[in-house]
Design a binder for this molecule. Structure first.
Ligand SMILES: [Zn+2]
Length: 77
């Protein structure tokens, strides 16, 4: 009998999310993924990557350097 309570909590939390929502980019398909709702995540070289679907994570893990290298990294330190 906690369904109503859970639903009530979810409703109030959802309002908070609007301000805090962070969109990450799925490196495999290029889709924008809500970090809190990502279907899958993977850590690579200290960075977390977010995926729209587990299949994208699988693809990423086969050749992560392929997708990470696409990012232009010019910053030092
Ligand atoms: Zn994807």
């Amino acid at each position: 009998m906690l369904t109503w309570l859970t639903a009530g909590l979810f409703g109030s939390v959802a309002r908070e999310w609007e301000e805090v929502t962070l969109m990450a980019k799925d490196p495999v398909c290029g889709m924008e993924v809500d970090e809190k709702k990502a279907a899958a995540t993977a850590a690579y070289k200290g960075k977390t990557y977010y995926f729209c679907a587990p299949a994208c994570k699988t693809t990423f893990q086969k050749t992560p350097e392929k997708y990470v290298a696409a990012e232009k990294g010019g910053s030092r330190g």
